[in-house]
Design a protein around this ligand. Structure first.
Ligand SMILES: [Zn+2]
Length: 97
């Protein structure tokens, strides 16, 4: 299953609930899940790390559905084969200290 299939599945499963909840509340759930992912990254033995990644992707996808954004298309447009800033692969952009 690729990202476009996943987004379609999420729309099918949760599209009606997402629409009823609305963009603002869905955004808050996404941020809540990002916090849970942060905890899981810090203490992976105490959390379901893969599950937290999946939750963040699921809520991000729900939010994208509410905004009519095709995530796969947006990701490829913004992050093509080469780094959008330096035009190289791998990226050779100067990193901040
Ligand atoms: Zn770069």
């Amino acid at each position: 299953m690729d990202l476009r299939d996943f987004q379609a599945r999420m729309r099918e499963l949760y599209g009606a609930k997402d629409a009823a909840r609305g963009r603002e509340a869905t955004f808050m759930y996404l941020i809540e899940e990002v916090g849970e992912l942060a905890e899981a990254c810090r203490e992976p033995d105490k959390h379901d790390l893969p599950g937290e990644f999946a939750d963040v992707l699921a809520w991000l996808t729900s939010l994208a559905n509410l905004h009519g954004i095709d995530l796969a298309q947006a990701a490829i447009a913004k992050y093509p084969v080469l780094c959008p800033r330096c035009g190289a692969s791998p990226c050779v952009c100067a990193t901040k200290p």
